[in-house]
Design a protein around this ligand. Structure first.
Ligand SMILES: Nc1ncnc2c1ncn2[C@@H]1O[C@H](COP(=O)(O)OP(=O)(O)O)[C@@H](O)[C@H]1O
Ligand SMILES: [Mg+2]
Length: 287
């Protein structure tokens, strides 16, 4: 179970001013649940989810996982916490110089697993995400949906109990989005992984989330069972999101799959590389 209690996060900006990205957020996510965090761009969704694996440090409040207050974890405890939390991103954040297999086994390399174990686990994960035949391909040879499958396999490498999905389908077309959401649902059901799904799309939330919370300007404006919130929205913000979602559905079909991934690798580096491990940029093969 994840309990977020009175969580606030402020960013100190240059001119001695402070930006309050989250205000007094309270959420409880049960084991095995798929929980959606819905909101417009800038609402604070990424900040919230990044507090859960401490990529961001909360300014106030606390986060409990399975009853343990993780808010101030550092060093070894932080490492261990992050190994229990997988994360995927909008722009996949794959290592372009590594094969698909070696992207997936990267967390196992950091953990210094044997090559034999890494490869066995890597192939097993690629089978799970439907890419059994792509082990030796490079990310540039894959479509957007396939890239996200690689990222999902990598996020599962250490057998996490929680998965954080930050706009994981936002760079994908409608059909690919549906297939990735099916895969996530499948992983949730088969492996019992608790999922925190960040999205600006109510359609995405409707497909996979058991419950949702709507966030606006850093505050939770409503939460509850997905269907209940979407069919009977209490907040004007939710109604507005619903209206935009309907508009968006009209031109979503013109999106293209296989969007080239120009994203840097800092996000994944942050997630996977910890104080005790070398940064991915230091790998010899990428020199
Ligand atoms: N590192 C940062 N420094 C300063 N402001 C930030 C930082 N990260 C996010 N913000 C601000 O916090 C707010 C919430 O951002 P974010 O959580 O990324 O929103 P969302 O994911 O919902 O689009 C935004 O106004 C954003 O500009
Ligand atoms: Mg975001």
């Amino acid at each position: 179970m994840i309990q977020i209690e009175h969580l606030s996060k402020s960013y100190t900006l240059k001119a001695n001013s402070t930006h309050h990205a989250l205000h007094d957020v309270n959420l409880t996510i049960a084991d095995g649940e798929v929980y959606g965090i819905i909101g417009a761009s800038g609402a604070g969704k990424s900040t919230l989810v990044r507090c859960v694996n401490l990529l961001e440090r909360p300014t106030e409040g606390r986060i409990l996982i399975d009853g343990n207050d993780i808010t101030h974890y550092r060093g070894k405890k932080l490492l261990e916490l992050r190994s229990r939390i997988g994360m995927i991103f909008q722009h996949f954040s794959l290592f372009e110089q590594r094969t698909v297999l070696r992207n997936v086994t990267f967390p196992l390399e950091l953990r210094k697993d044997t090559k034999a174990h890494r490869e066995e686990r890597g192939h097993e994960l690629l089978e799970l995400v439907g890419l059994g035949n792509k082990a030796d391909s490079y990310p540039s040879q894959l479509s957007g949906g396939q890239k996200q499958r690689v990222a999902i396999a990598r996020a599962l490498a250490l057998a996490p109990t929680i998965m954080l999905c930050d706009e994981a389908t936002s760079a994908l077309d409608t059909r690919t989005t549906a297939s990735i959401l099916e895969l996530l649902k499948d992983i949730n059901e088969k492996l019992g992984v608790t999922m925190l799904v960040i999205t600006h799309s109510l359609a995405v939330a409707d497909k996979v989330c058991d419950k949702i919370a709507v966030i606006d300007e850093g505050r939770i404006v409503e939460s509850g069972a997905t269907r209940q919130v979407l069919t009977n929205p209490a907040s004007p913000i939710t109604r507005e999101l619903l209206r935009y979602d309907l508009l968006g559905a009209a031109d979503a079909s013109s999106d293209a799959d296989g969007i080239s991934d120009g994203a840097g690798q800092s996000a994944v580096g942050e997630e996977l590389v910890t104080a005790d491990a070398p940064a991915p940029g230091n790998e010899q093969e990428r020199a």
